[in-house]
Ligand binder design. Structure first.
Ligand code: GSH
Length: 262
């Protein structure tokens, strides 16, 4: 009995949903409203003390941290293995996941927040907004969110985020030179973990970021065409959502381009 506390826009939750779909596992979703900070409610904090999605609950046992959830699922449900046996290749997968968790994930947040979260928070009074942000559990995340609400796409985090995306794409292009997937020729947790971070780029219509990197563009085409991606991610983006996000992303593109050139 698997339950996933999730949100459609969350790349961390998307990666777990891709793994669940690859493995053909049945699961029950519980929607967590991030825009209204349901993730910081006491009941949710009991499951996930960091106050973030996703949280997987397997037979009553909570598991947090998306990369750890992916590994857990691969170990607990060995059908359709998503990691090779070779310890060296497993270390390569962990290295990608570490890069994603530590660098790419905060960068993705820096791109999503000004366009998706900030508008809802700006509808609240300054007092309400500050009170909500003050409750964010981890200090670096709290401070980052405050900057992104205050400065939007001009926050220093956004310049760094665009650079991190650019460097990640360069690394991916090199990794894909000799391999079909990020680690060797087997589709793995590394690919599941990376794919959602390009959903963010695509949803805002910023594909030019990877246009000069043919292997990355081809990898994105292959990963997004997989049935797992279609059910775990694309299904949450109906045409009206796609249209809305493209509208939000279009005026932001010149700013992203300026940051890319900086
Ligand atoms: N390291 C965590 C990061 C989780 C995370 O940052 N989740 C975001 C959504 S992708 C979240 O819940 N944000 C809510 C907030 O910051 O208030 C993981 O990989 O699970």
């Amino acid at each position: 009995m698997l339950t996933l506390y999730t949100n459609p826009m969350s790349p961390c939750a998307q990666k777990v949903r891709i793994v669940l779909a690859e493995k053909g596992l049945e699961w029950t979703p519980v929607h967590v409203d991030l825009q209204n900070k349901q993730n910081l409610e006491p009941d949710y904090l009991k499951l996930n003390p960091l106050g973030v999605v996703p949280t997987l609950v397997d037979n009553g046992k909570p598991i947090i941290e998306s990369s750890l959830i992916c590994e857990y699922l691969d170990e607990a449900y060995p059908q359709t293995p998503l990691r090779p046996e070779d310890p060296y290749l497993r270390a390569q997968i962990r290295l990608w996941c570490k890069h994603i968790d530590n660098k790419l994930h905060p960068s993705c947040g820096a791109l999503q927040w000004p366009l998706v979260m900030r508008p809802t928070l700006m509808e609240k009074t300054e007092e309400e907004r500050n009170a909500l942000l003050e409750r964010v559990v981890e200090k670096p995340r709290r401070e980052r969110q405050k900057r992104l609400v205050k400065f939007g796409l001009e926050a220093p985090d956004v310049v760094d985020a665009v650079k991190t995306y650019h460097n990640t794409i360069i690394k991916m292009e090199a990794a894909l030179e000799d391999n079909a997937w990020l680690v060797g020729d087997q589709f793995s947790i590394a690919d599941c973990a990376m794919a959602p971070y390009f959903q963010t780029v695509i949803q805002f219509g910023w594909q030019e970021i990877f246009a000069d990197y043919p292997r990355v563009a081809d990898w994105i085409a292959r990963v997004t065409a997989r049935p797992s991606y279609q059910t775990a991610v694309s299904a949450d983006f109906p045409p009206e959502t796609v249209e809305k996000l493209l509208q939000v992303g279009a005026p932001a593109w010149p700013i992203i381009q300026r940051h890319l050139a900086a």
